[in-house]
Design a protein around this ligand. Structure first.
Ligand code: 6PG
Length: 470
């Protein structure tokens, strides 16, 4: 008999996803380019309905039609190569599902090319890391709706469940919409991570708190508004000690952040679309500057900040201000990220449903957080909301917490502790709520040196001033 679904790629994400699907009662064919990975996956999981196959023909032939084939291979060239090797063996109506961290424009291209051969192509975001893949990720599928409907029952079963029991998967939109939303999720993930890193830095450098004390604080924060997976794992990370030296493990980890490019893509897309996305973009740059470790070490010997007297105020009070600043800044980041989704949706004709997207972020994914319920509620109240900051809840809480972020950023700047995302958060807030910005000067300069013209506040039309005669 034929199997219900196939998974190509037996690296950890593919293997775990196959096991997740199998655990819901499906029979799963698996294939990997090198047979050893397939053999391993089978040997590690005796008694499971994973059916190994060792050639593409055997794999394709083992599946019920219309075939449902999940690609869990490296994004980019490997994905194209896998599609090409499958294509001659597929029939019209078969469904390929790319679950990698694929660039959304590649998904748009593949969706269109494959549609010409009658093959459905779903590009889906899968978030939650290895554990999520195995036990319940958040899933962001985009592509032909009719094709998605055929795999929806499987996806709904394997996805994480939010507190109200809803599965963290929803049809996102046509062609590249799912991968775009996953990309934006990752950009937001970069922002969240940098904000937490800055909070840690402030508590450590400004307040001199120990790693153990900070673990305690993140733990407390995780009980309130900031309740989220990333705060939770940060608290846990801070409790781990290095086996060799006995030091907190974070103290021996090199401060040079890596990245696989999804955060960069988010910023690039924002620049292309003309959407302000400063916080996430600062978080990408913060990783880049962190990676210049040697150059920073050299510079640190030569370039000095001010000598400042150590903080001698109430430490507990400042910790609470940092918490408020973090929540405030997180709101700015999501406001920017969701505004980007709105513009992208218009640009690419995706008709995204922001409330549904916030809903599926509530569990399973890396940015899962209690606060996503607030975003869900905001869009339920007003599906056309231009910016989250205009929602009553977010407006009130940010007005309330702005004092803290202003104080924290001022202290950080005085003490020479870099806070690129905190400071960009308050700058965005102040820009967004400014009826007047100094762009009149920019326009005058452009007109001055390049006759680029300007508009006037008091009447319609386009004007040029002869700046060279007084
Ligand atoms: C997820 C993660 C996952 C991953 C990315 C980002 O949602 O499960 O975002 O996709 O960690 O690969 O990684 P980088 O930090 O290396 O860019």
């Amino acid at each position: 008999s034929k199997q219900q679904i196939g998974v190509v790629g037996m690296a950890v994400m593919g293997k775990n996803l196959a096991l997740n699907i199998e655990s819901r009662g499906y029979s799963v064919s698996v294939f990997n380019r090198s047979a050893s990975r397939t053999e391993e996956a089978i040997a590690e999981n005796p008694g499971k309905k994973l059916v190994p196959t060792y050639t593409i023909e055997e794999f394709v032939d083992s599946l019920e039609t219309p075939r449902k084939i999940m690609l869990m291979v490296q994004a980019g060239a490997a994905t194209d190569a896998t599609i090409q090797s499958l294509l001659p063996h597929l029939d019209k109506g078969d469904i390929l599902i790319d679950g990698g961290n694929t660039f959304f424009r590649d998904t748009m291209r593949r969706n269109e090319e494959l549609a010409n051969s009658g093959i459905n192509f779903i590009g889906t975001g899968v978030s939650g890391g290895e554990e999520g893949a195995l036990k319940g990720p958040a899933i962001m599928p985009g592509g032909q709706k009719e094709a998605y409907d055929l795999v929806a029952p499987i996806f709904e079963q394997i996805a994480a469940k939010a507190e109200d029991g809803e599965a963290c998967v929803t049809y996102i939109g046509p062609n590249g919409a799912g991968h775009y939303v996953k990309m934006a999720h990752n950009g937001i993930e970069y922002g969240d991570m940098q904000l937490i890193a800055e909070s840690y830095d402030l508590m450590s450098r400004l307040l001199g708190l120990s790693v153990d004390e900070m673990a305690e604080i993140f733990n407390e924060w995780n009980q309130g508004e900031l309740d989220s997976y990333l705060i939770e794992i940060t608290a846990d990370i801070l409790t781990h000690k290095d086996d060799e030296t006995g030091k907190p493990l974070v103290d021996v980890i090199l401060d040079a952040a890596g990245n696989k490019g999804t955060g960069k893509w988010t910023s690039q897309s924002a620049l292309d679309l003309g959407v302000p996305l400063p916080l996430i973009t600062e978080s990408v740059f913060a990783r880049y500057i962190s990676a210049m470790k040697e150059e920073r070490v050299e510079a640190s010997a030569k370039i000095k900040g001010l000598d400042v007297t150590p903080f001698d105020g109430d430490k507990k009070e400042l910790v609470e201000k940092i918490r408020e600043a973090l929540y405030f800044s997180k709101i700015m980041s999501y406001a920017q990220g969701f505004a980007q989704l709105r513009i992208a949706s218009e640009e690419y004709g995706w008709d995204l449903n922001y409330g549904e997207i916030a809903k599926i972020f509530r569990a399973g994914c890396i940015i899962r957080a209690k606060f996503l319920q607030k975003i869900t509620d905001a869009y339920a109240e007003n599906p056309e909301l231009k910016n989250l900051l205009l929602d009553d809840y977010f407006n009130e809480i940010t007005q309330k917490y702005q004092k803290s972020v202003r104080e924290v950023v001022a202290l950080a700047v005085q003490a020479g502790v870099p806070v690129p995302t905190f400071s960009s958060a308050i700058a965005y807030y102040d820009s967004y709520r400014s009826a007047d910005l100094p762009a009149n000067i920019i326009q005058a300069q452009r007109d001055y040196f390049g006759a680029h013209t300007f508009k006037r506040k008091d009447k319609e039309g386009t004007f040029h001033h002869d700046w060279y005669t007084k």
